[in-house]
Design a protein around this ligand. Structure first.
Ligand code: SF4
Ligand code: SF4
Length: 293
C-alpha cells in the first residue's frame, strides 16, 4: 500500500500531464482510465473506501505516463499493485527451462514456445535457458512480484517486453540483448528490402531505447513503409480483461496499414495480439527460426 500512497500523493500539484499520453484514455475517453485516476481508484480500493472496479484493468502498463511525467511517477505500477488486493499477491518464483547446450549461459525471455531448430542452432554457442513468460504474465499483472535469479546468466535475449520491467532491473542492462540486436550481431542485413512491411517497436521501452532499436531494425530489416512506436493494447492483461478495448486499440494503431502487410514487432506478446486481430506478424526470432527450418 505504501507504494500506491506515495505514487498518488506525488501527483498533488500537477495538472495531469500524463493523461494526454495514455493510449487507453485517448482512445476510449473513459474518465476512470486516465492514469492519475487509476491511482486514485486503486488507493480508495486498497483503503477500503470503494469496492473493486474493473477499470483498474484499463491499463496496459505501457509506461507512457511515467516517461512523460515531470517526476517519472509510475502510476501504472500503482494500478497493477492495487489489482492484487483480492487475490493476494505473493512474489512468484520464476522457473526457466534448461534446454542444454554449451558455452556462455543465455536466457531467452519469450511468450512463445521455443522453435526447436532455433534452439538447436543457439545450443552450438550457448547453454540455453528459456523463460516462457506466459507462466507469470497474469500473476505479474495481477499484482504479484516476480523473482528470478539473473546472476546465473551471461546474456539475456528479450523477445517479450511485457513483463520485462519486473524481470530486468536497470543494473542488468549490460547483459540484455533485444532479439533484433541478436540478428544484427549474427550479420543479418536488409532482410525485407523492397518488401512492404510495418515495424512495431513496442511500448515499455524508454524514448532512447526506442530510438536505438528503430535504428538497428532499419539496418537489419530495411526501411518499413511505416514505423509504429506505441502501445497496441496487447499486454498488461488488457486483452484478457477488456478484449473489445484491446482490439480497438490495435486497429486504431494500425489504421492506414493494409492487413496483408507483414508487421515485424519486437515483442512476442504484441505478435500474439496482432495475429488474433487478423494481422500478419513476426518477431525477429522468427527470421532466424525460418532460416534454420
Ligand atoms: S503521474 Fe506525473 S504527470 Fe501524471 S498527474 Fe501525477 S505528477 Fe502529473
Ligand atoms: S501505463 Fe500506459 S495505459 Fe497505463 S495508465 Fe500509463 S499511459 Fe495509460
Amino acid at each position: 500500500m505504501h507504494d500506491v500512497v506515495k505514487t498518488f500523493t506525488r501527483c498533488a500539484l500537477c495538472p495531469g500531464v500524463c493523461v494526454t499520453y495514455c493510449p487507453i484514455y485517448m482512445n476510449t475517453h473513459i474518465r476512470a482510465s486516465a492514469p492519475n485516476n487509476l491511482a486514485r481508484l486503486g488507493l480508495k480500493y486498497l483503503k477500503g473506501y470503494e469496492s473493486y472496479d474493473p477499470a483498474l484493468w484499463l491499463c496496459t502498463g505501457c509506461r507512457e505516463c511515467e516517461y512523460n511525467c515531470p517526476i517519472s511517477n509510475p502510476l501504472w505500477n500503482a494500478a497493477r499493485i492495487s489489482r492484487g488486493k483480492k487475490s493476494r499477491v505473493e512474489a512468484v518464483k520464476v522457473e526457466t527451462k534448461n534446454l542444454g547446450g554449451r558455452g556462455s549461459s543465455l536466457l531467452v525471455v519469450s511468450s512463445i514456445i521455443p522453435d526447436q531448430a532455433l534452439v538447436e542452432y543457439l545450443k552450438q554457442f550457448y547453454s540455453i535457458h528459456w523463460l516462457d513468460t506466459g507462466s507469470i504474465y497474469m500473476a505479474y499483472w495481477s499484482g504479484s512480484e516476480v523473482q528470478l535469479n539473473l546472476d546465473a546468466f551471461d546474456y539475456i535475449i528479450i523477445d517479450d517486453l511485457d513483463v520485462t520491467p519486473a524481470l530486468i532491473p536497470g543494473k542488468l542492462k549490460g547483459k540484455v540483448i533485444y532479439s533484433i540486436q541478436l540478428l544484427e550481431m549474427m550479420g543479418y542485413r536488409s532482410i525485407l528490402e523492397n518488401k512492404a512491411f510495418v515495424l512495431h517497436v513496442p511500448c515499455k521501452i524508454s524514448v532512447d531505447g526506442k530510438e536505438l532499436l528503430i535504428n538497428v531494425s532499419y539496418k537489419v530489416l530495411g526501411k518499413p513503409i511505416r514505423t509504429i512506436s506505441k502501445c497496441i493494447g496487447g499486454g498488461g492483461g488488457l486483452p484478457e480483461k477488456h478484449p473489445v478495448i484491446a482490439s480497438e486499440l490495435v486497429h486504431s494503431a494500425m489504421k492506414g496499414s493494409r492487413k496483408d502487410y507483414l508487421v515485424v514487432t519486437l515483442c512476442s506478446r504484441a505478435k500474439t495480439h496482432l495475429l488474433s486481430s487478423g494481422y500478419q506478424a513476426k518477431t525477429p526470432l522468427d527470421f532466424i527460426a525460418g532460416d534454420m527450418n
